[in-house]
Design a protein around this ligand. Structure first.
Ligand SMILES: Nc1ncnc2c1ncn2[C@@H]1O[C@H](COP(=O)(O)OP(=O)(O)OP(=O)(O)O)[C@@H](O)[C@H]1O
Ligand SMILES: [Mg+2]
Length: 297
């Protein structure tokens, strides 16, 4: 069964979409079948992967309304093992249209249930609001990844999200966990970043991802070319950091052939065996210049 990971933070512009696109692409580049679902009416994930706007296209909106199956909404991408279910501007209306609908918080979960067999990872990009769309994503998800910037009041901003996650656990989705908190647009040269990181580390402990994502212009440029960073410029620090993040997250849940158990992480039962994932090989094929050091893979 595939794992569903929601990328959520109700604060705007913290790097949710950049994280969803580049994490999903990095997982797919490791030869893991991955689906990215754009749950945000802004449709940045869809356009960031080069999908032109098309009002006729089957989208998450149709899934939530029960007008299409998830299978019908699948789009292929430039990466062989990455698929996309795009968003639609009508999605903004779904919040209102679903208000009186039955199982309104479970629409996405129900719609993607048949795809859990087919994809090993399903990544959900959420809008910057704790609305019914984010609620649907959190109910559909096994875990939440929270992108955050290292700012003062970072914790205050995220407490509302943590409260929401608690409430969802108490009722709609008892098995929802926090995958991690990832620092985005990070500059470790500043005192502020170091202080905030220390505070977040005290608060989140192991949930604070070891990988941080630096501010990197390639990450900001790539979507305007309709490409994930590892296709746009695999040698960039941005692409490299998201590959590292994918590695950190995959290591928790997937047993790669050839990786010894000592390198593996605690909950062995949850691990699935997948076919040889090889970012290095993928990059060699893609780009002769390999600067990314993933020797231990
Ligand atoms: N690590 C980074 N380095 C440089 N620019 C970045 C980085 N991460 C994100 N950005 C840029 O910051 C802006 C906001 O990022 P992004 O769209 O990923 O945030 P978001 O949380 O999805 O926003 P929204 O809340 O509107 O959905 C974008 O212009 C993006 O290109
Ligand atoms: Mg976004």
């Amino acid at each position: 069964m595939g794992r569903v990971l929601a990328v959520a933070n109700q604060k705007g512009g913290v790097g949710k979409t950049t994280t969803a696109i580049n994490l999903a692409s990095s997982i797919a580049a490791a030869e893991v079948d991955t689906l990215l679902i754009d749950c945000d009416p802004q449709s940045n994930t869809s356009s960031g992967l080069g999908l032109a706007k098309d009002p006729e296209r089957v989208s998450v909106y149709h899934l939530l309304m029960g007008d299409a199956t998830a299978d019908q909404a699948l789009q292929t991408t430039e990466l062989e093992q990455l698929w996309l279910i795009p968003s639609h501007k009508n999605l903004i209306g779904a919040n209102l249209e679903l208000v009186d609908g039955d199982r309104r918080e479970f629409r996405l979960r129900d719609a993607i249930a048949p795809l859990r067999e087919r994809f090993q990872y399903i990544v959900l990009d959420c809008p910057p609001a704790l609305d019914l769309l984010t609620l649907n994503a959190l109910v559909a998800a096994d875990s939440v990844l929270i992108p955050m910037q290292a700012e003062y009041f970072a914790l205050e901003g995220v407490s509302e999200l943590l409260d929401t996650i608690e409430r969802i656990r108490a009722g709609l989705n008892p098995t929802l966990t926090i995958e991690g908190v990832v620092l985005t647009m990070f500059d470790d040269r500043t005192n502020l970043a170091q202080q905030v990181t220390a505070e977040l580390s005290r608060y989140f402990g192991e949930k604070l991802c070891r990988t941080t994502i630096p501010r990197n212009v390639r990450l900001a440029e790539a979507p305007s070319h309709g490409k994930p960073a590892l296709v746009y410029d695999v040698r960039s620090r941005g692409a490299e950091s998201y590959i590292q993040l994918a590695k950190e997250i995959l290591d928790r849940h997937i047993q790669f052939p050839g990786v010894s158990a000592t390198q593996a992480v605690p909950d062995q039962q949850e691990k699935q065996v997948v076919n040889a994932p090889r970012w290095k090989r993928w990059m060699r094929e893609r780009n002769k210049l390999i600067t990314i050091n993933l020797q231990d893979r």
